[in-house]
Design a protein around this ligand. Structure first.
Ligand SMILES: Cc1ncc(COP(=O)(O)O)c(C=O)c1O
Length: 376
């Protein structure tokens, strides 16, 4: 938790549940990433946290943006981004959204299928397009494999077709999975993309850009490699495979940029046991899966907790949200322990929750309002 977030919580005691996010930390993260990968152009993955103060700060720093929808493009434009600084990175787009983006001046689009490519040829003529390939997601705590990307052979054919359809076959992309904890995941993906680069060059298609996607991790309960380790592994692999004919390098960090800038402040609503002698207490918070903690699905992302009783004797807990849906149970198997003195009404903090929380909150499931947000 940054000192600014901690001061805000102390001085304002905002109603819970809420996210408090330090925008200066976002700037620090942007600068750290630039230092780790100085040759890469940063396209912030807006989906991680699309709040105006975040986007405006990043526009001021010269960031570009990876948008998943027309609505995210509008948010970037409203924050002051130039349309040329926006990539429409979702491989699944309504044609009306492509048309709107193109009319607004967006000229870079992702695809991973022929049908999508044909939509782009119709509705974004001449645009720069890049094909997403399937790569391994081993090491990712929030994998993105299978749903997006295509096999190399198909990508090769589609990139050739892109040129024939009057589009600019600009680049290739991949995503090694979010909260990727292994630097070698990027090395393997870069090797794969480099093979396709060569094949395409032999086929007369001069690809100029490699988009390494996101995945750069945040420290939750466990240590993760430093961003400089990712930078070194990535640049090592790029140089190994491309020599000094490096293509343009794009990265699309989401989680890394905003994750550790934010803290969710929540209230303990109930502490109970299912039997008198049950060693496991159930701790119910006023935020759960439907309040924005969607990444606790399968206990994939394991947030760290702070309580007013840290350091006291603790015991095993199951942690759950406040709604009447039993899937609104956050952690049952991940061996969470919380202080025995934790009680109803205590405030607890969930650390590093600046990414993928606010926009996952439901409108009013069980009547609960979406998560409140404070940007400091
Ligand atoms: C196309 C694309 N780029 C970038 C990201 C951001 O990934 P991360 O938050 O792991 O950096 C995502 C996440 O879903 C994505 O789908």
């Amino acid at each position: 938790m940054t000192p600014k977030v901690s001061r805000f919580l102390r001085d304002h005691a905002p109603a819970t549940p809420c996210l408090v996010l330090d925008v200066d930390r976002v700037e620090e993260n942007y600068r750290r990433l630039m230092a780790a990968l100085p040759l890469a152009r940063i396209y912030y993955a807006v989906k991680a946290n699309p709040a105006a103060p975040v986007l405006e700060r990043l526009v001021g720093l010269g960031s570009s943006f990876d948008a998943a929808s027309w609505e995210e493009i509008e948010a970037c434009l409203a924050a002051g981004s130039r349309p040329e600084g926006i990539s429409f990175g979702n491989t699944v787009k309504k044609e009306s959204a492509i048309r709107a983006a193109y009319a607004a001046g967006v000229r870079m689009f992702a695809f991973d299928s022929e049908a999508e490519l044909r939509k782009l040829a119709r509705s974004a003529p001449g645009a720069r397009v890049y094909c997403r390939i399937l790569v391994g997601n081993v090491g990712a705590e929030w994998p993105l494999s299978k749903k997006f990307g295509c096999e190399l052979e198909m990508a090769r054919e589609l990139m050739i077709l892109a040129g024939e359809l009057g589009l600019d076959p600009f680049g290739l992309s991949f995503h090694v999975g979010s909260q990727q904890t292994r630097t070698d995941a990027y090395e393997a993906a870069i090797a794969k993309v480099a093979m396709l680069f060569t094949d395409l060059r032999d086929a007369g298609v001069k690809v100029r850009m490699v988009n390494l996607g996101g995945g750069y991790p945040v420290r939750y309960r466990s240590e993760v490699p430093e961003i400089d380790d990712f930078g070194a592994a990535i640049m090592g692999a790029m140089t190994e495979h491309f020599g000094n004919a490096l293509p343009e390098i794009v990265i699309e960090p989401g989680r890394f940029m905003v994750g550790d800038a934010g803290v969710v402040s929540a209230e303990v609503v109930l502490v109970s046991r299912k039997a008198k002698d049950d060693p496991v207490r159930w701790v119910y918070l006023d935020i759960g899966r439907f309040g924005g903690l969607a990444e606790t699905e399968g206990e994939a992302i394991k947030y760290a907790f702070r309580t007013p009783h840290d350091g006291e004797v603790d015991g095993p807990v199951t942690i759950a949200g406040p709604t009447c849906d039993s899937t609104d149970t956050l952690y049952e198997k991940a061996n969470y322990r919380l202080p025995l003195s934790l009680d109803c009404g205590d405030r607890v903090e969930l650390l590093a929750t600046g990414a993928y929380v606010t926009t996952y909150a439901s409108q009013a499931f069980n009547g609960f309002r979406p998560l409140a947000e404070h940007y400091v």
